[in-house]
Design a protein around this ligand. Structure first.
Ligand SMILES: CC(C)(COP(=O)(O)OP(=O)(O)OC[C@H]1O[C@@H](n2cnc3c(N)ncnc32)[C@H](O)[C@@H]1OP(=O)(O)O)[C@@H](O)C(=O)NCCC(=O)NCCS
Length: 174
């Protein structure tokens, strides 16, 4: 819970950086409550449907990485979403964080598939999955309400067998 203030500070100081890529409420504008959002993430962590993580750089919280919609059994799959402060963008921090999160999900939680969905206009995020060798699977029409409208998303995925030696290892060898 102690992280919500730093998350709010980064988000409010960089509205132009985040707005275009941020999930919105289809029923109309709502004031975003960062404290409630973190509390909700903890609830999801407790019911094992999500693993909310923060990204730190030199000991300071600079972003979030959330593993959500975790399903076990015959699906054994999850989604990853992320953001980072513009102050530390372009240093390769997010691909490193995603590689570490995927290895954890594949090797410790024993999931089989990880999906990342990205608006086709989001060049920086597309680079993240490209660097990590995620496979393009297709387009989900109007998949998520982002920046006040239903937006198409490109679907990228990796299965555990594609990165048998670990995604972090493969990424660092490039
Ligand atoms: C997408 C995002 C998480 C990438 O994080 P990152 O840690 O900067 O990732 P990288 O360092 O690998 O940079 C990825 C690309 O961003 C672009 N980039 C680099 N520095 C940048 C900067 N200062 N400003 C804007 N874009 C920059 C480059 O195209 C880079 O690719 P390159 O390394 O081939 O040059 C980050 O841009 C972000 O938080 N954006 C806003 C929220 C968002 O889009 N979330 C994802 C929704 S799917």
């Amino acid at each position: 819970m102690r992280d919500w203030k730093q998350i709010e500070a980064i988000q409010l100081a960089n509205r132009d950086w985040f707005r275009k890529w941020e999930a919105t409420n289809p029923d109309g504008p709502a004031n975003f409550d960062y404290r409630a959002s973190v509390r909700n993430s903890i609830r999801q962590l407790n019911d094992e449907s999500a693993i909310p993580l923060v990204i730190e750089y030199r000991g300071k919280l600079v972003g979030q990485l959330t593993i959500s919609n975790i399903l076990h059994g015959s699906v054994s799959s999850a989604f990853i979403g992320y953001w980072i402060s513009p102050e530390v963008a372009g240093k390769g921090i997010t691909p490193l964080a995603v590689a570490m999160a995927c290895d954890y999900m594949f090797q410790v939680v024993n999931l089989h598939r990880i999906e990342i969905d990205i608006r086709p206009e989001n060049a920086a995020s597309l680079r993240v999955v490209e660097k990590l060798g995620f496979r393009f699977e297709g387009t989900k029409k109007g998949f998520i309400h982002i920046n006040n409208d239903w937006r198409d998303h490109s679907v990228f995925a990796l299965t555990r067998d594609e990165v048998a030696g670990g995604l972090l290892n493969r990424y660092l060898k490039h």
